[in-house]
Write a protein that binds this ligand. Structure first.
Ligand SMILES: Nc1ncnc2c1ncn2[C@@H]1O[C@H](COP(=O)(O)OP(=O)(O)OP(=O)(O)O)[C@@H](O)[C@H]1O
Length: 400
């Protein structure tokens, strides 16, 4: 689906190549994180896939096409197969939510009837059906990013490229965006996402391609963020450390409440042992358990405001009787529907790994969700907790 063969990209006026002999293959239906330190070449990679730029050497094939053979005139047609989401949303500020999404269909000549059906369906999918008439400046950061995602997927692209899509968002809002991307991927769209979000990468256990100075230094199925990609905590400002810790706490509190319950239970058991007069090792164990519980609880409390909304909405029940579907082509995204359809199960890996136990159901790659069913029944946004009316109170991203 995406193939890099010995790709090098050297920008004019620079001494070192941004990408240096990259070989990379991404298959249909994969969810791939591209990680690496700032300047390692992640965005360059995505720009090449999008044919915004051309390699200095090597070959790139996307969806079976040799990108060097696509004329400039044909590039817009090629890009119809790709959806893109960026850190800064890139919405049209003078257009409503509806028009932002509709515009991407108008420019490719879709009929009015198609647009009138596809736009509301997609807004419903991302949980923004009730905000269609708002302008971007009237939305929170998370909502703006969901508009951007709606715009990226409304034409059912085969590939979704996301460049730091949660970079401007608070942890709880980022979580909703990640859930949405995971659901879109489970519906058949290949997702390639450049990110610095170590927590999500670690939890989601998807394929990780790590770049360092333009070279692939790791390509791991069900990987984590890794050491070399991470920013040394010592290099972070106090605010940066706080954000990093809060992110982790929010994600844990929202996604792994059982971990907090387990720590609290251990502390309670320890306290009981102390009351019973247990000394020595028993008291030490109790103290340790109590400290762990305090640490986890403190982390959760620190994150409580943001996390509670997410936790509360993490897994609402799916009604047993499906409602009538308004979504005509719920899945999969992309042109080769029949082929992608057959691949669906392959996209969901269940390799487990050291952190598998604390992966929540709806992010667990081993437990496939059924976004098709959910989109058909109108429950995807509800399932992901994206249809709340009080969303404005929890999304605190930038408003443009
Ligand atoms: N248009 C350009 N002209 C010259 N050099 C560039 C250009 N774009 C990127 N570079 C350089 O190429 C290297 C890779 O940049 P790139 O933006 O791909 O990295 P990145 O991993 O996405 O970084 P970040 O995480 O900060 O977004 C960097 O050294 C950067 O300075």
């Amino acid at each position: 689906m995406i193939l890099f063969e010995n790709v090098t990209k050297k920008y004019r006026g620079t001494a070192k190549p941004a990408l240096d002999g990259i070989d990379l293959q991404v298959d249909r239906g994969e969810f791939v994180f591209i990680v690496g330190a700032s300047g390692s070449g992640k965005s360059s990679c995505l720009r090449l896939i999008l044919r915004e730029d051309q390699p200095s050497a090597g070959k790139i094939h996307v969806l079976g096409q040799d990108l060097s053979k696509i004329s400039s005139r044909k590039v817009p047609y090629f890009r119809r197969n790709l959806g893109t989401v960026f850190q800064d949303f890139r919405l049209l500020t003078n257009k409503t939510v509806y028009d932002n999404v509709a515009f991407s269909l108008q420019v490719i000549g879709k009929s009015r009837g198609f647009i009138q059906e596809a736009v509301p369906d997609t807004l419903e999918l991302v949980g923004l059906a009730n905000k269609a008439k708002r302008f971007p400046h009237e939305l929170s950061g998370g909502e703006q990013q969901r508009v951007a995602i709606a715009r990226a997927i409304v034409n059912k692209p085969a590939i979704l490229l996301a460049d730091e899509p949660t970079g401007n968002l608070d942890p709880a809002t980022s979580l909703g965006i990640m859930q949405l991307l995971r659901a879109i991927n489970a519906a058949g769209t290949t997702v390639v996402m450049a990110t610095h979000e170590a927590t999500f990468v670690d939890i989601m256990q998807q394929r990780v391609v790590e770049l360092s100075q333009g070279v692939v230094v790791r390509d791991e199925q069900a990987g984590g963020y890794g050491e070399t990609a991470s920013i040394p905590v010592a290099d972070l400002s106090a605010e940066g450390v706080r954000v990093l810790r809060t992110t982790e706490a929010v994600v844990r509190a929202a996604l792994a409440p059982e971990e907090i319950a387990r720590a609290n239970a251990a502390a309670a058991a320890g306290a009981a042992a102390v009351e019973d007069g247990a000394g020595g090792a028993g008291a030490a164990a109790a103290a340790a358990a109590s400290a762990e519980a305090r640490a986890v609880s403190a982390a959760a409390a620190a994150a409580a405001g943001a996390a509670s909304a997410v936790a509360a909405s993490a897994a609402p029940p799916v009604p047993e009787t499906p409602e009538a579907s308004v979504y005509q082509e719920p899945q999969p995204f992309g042109e080769h529907d029949d082929e992608i359809d057959g691949d669906l199960d392959d996209t969901v890996r269940a390799d487990g790994g050291p952190q598998a136990k604390r992966i929540p159901g709806f992010l667990d790659p081993g437990r496939p969700i059924d976004p098709v069913h959910m989109s058909e029944t109108g429950n995807l946004a509800a399932h992901l907790g994206l249809d709340r009316n009080d969303d404005d109170e929890t999304d605190v991203g930038p408003v443009r």
